[in-house]
Write a protein that binds this ligand. Structure first.
Ligand code: AP5
Ligand code: MG
Ligand code: ZN
Length: 217
């Protein structure tokens, strides 16, 4: 199954992708996570990405498409994958069509998590992530049992550098200008479903699983 999880920054793509990985046993491909890993490793890619991520701008399409193409050709993607945060521009979506055609695969579903703009800043600013295993929490909506300690592995929680109000405003405007047009793009293509992301995390997962239970591979 080849799934795209779309939605504005902070909508819950990463949170839901983690649940779908458990359910379907296919990998989550998060371009944001890949860029953050490259930044931590200090690679050339990381240096390029860091400049863009700091302000909330998009990493150039050719760089992003290149890393996705390479990642999707790996053996663990053979049975499918969950794209989280890619594509984000019409050019990236066109490139994804070509990558899928080369791999002999179809798109199974595009799930767009809808959350109103006024909720998104609070979601991002309150987000906490485990340094060790990457589990995502929220200080108000999904707190860890012990403050700043991961329930899953006991690791320390941290806040993403771009999860502040100022950068988040820019990320939201980049979303409006560059990524929102993909809603029409995928509506036209067929396999598009909108999911109400204001529901509790478990409810959102349930709704996604219901949609996915009836899609073709
Ligand atoms: P990326 O890491 O993809 O960030 P994003 O799209 O801004 O999305 P987030 O990760 O912030 O949000 P999310 O939807 O995953 O929400 P989450 O589940 O964590 O990208 C970062 C940067 O990398 C970009 O700005 C860009 O520079 C670059 N980049 C990445 N991809 C690129 C691409 N394709 N092209 C070019 N550049 C690219 O949830 C958020 C919070 O809300 C959490 O605290 C969570 O616990 C909470 N929450 C989740 N669901 C709910 C719920 N139902 N109710 C209440 N709280 C909830
Ligand atoms: Mg994410
Ligand atoms: Zn952890």
């Amino acid at each position: 199954m080849q799934i795209i999880l779309m939605g504005p920054p902070g909508a819950g793509k990463g949170t839901q992708a983690a649940e779908l990985v458990k359910k379907f046993g296919i990998p989550q491909i998060s371009t944001g996570d890949m860029f953050r890993a490259a930044v931590n490793e200090g690679t050339e890619l990381g240096k390029k990405a860091a400049e863009c991520m700091k302000t909330g701008a998009l990493v150039p399409d050719e760089v992003t498409v290149g890393i996705v193409k390479e990642r999707l050709s790996k053996a663990d993607c053979a049975k499918g994958f969950i794209l989280d945060g890619f594509p984000r521009t019409v050019d990236q979506a066109d490139s994804l069509n070509k990558i899928l055609a080369d791999l002999g695969k179809n798109l199974s579903a595009v799930l767009n998590i809808h959350v109103p703009a006024e909720d998104l800043i609070e979601r991002a600013v309150g987000r906490r992530i485990c340094k060790n295993c990457g589990s995502t929490y929220h200080v108000k909506f999904n707190p860890s049992h012990k403050e700043n300690i991961c329930d899953n592995c006991g690791g320390e929680l941290f806040q993403r550098a771009d999860d502040n109000e100022e950068t988040m405003k820019n990320r939201l405007s980049v979303y409006e200008n560059s990524t929102r047009p993909l809603i029409e793009y995928y509506k036209k293509a067929g396999k598009y479903t909108e999911i109400d992301g204001r529901q509790a995390i478990g409810k959102v997962t349930e709704e996604m699983e219901k949609v996915l239970s009836s899609v073709e591979d």
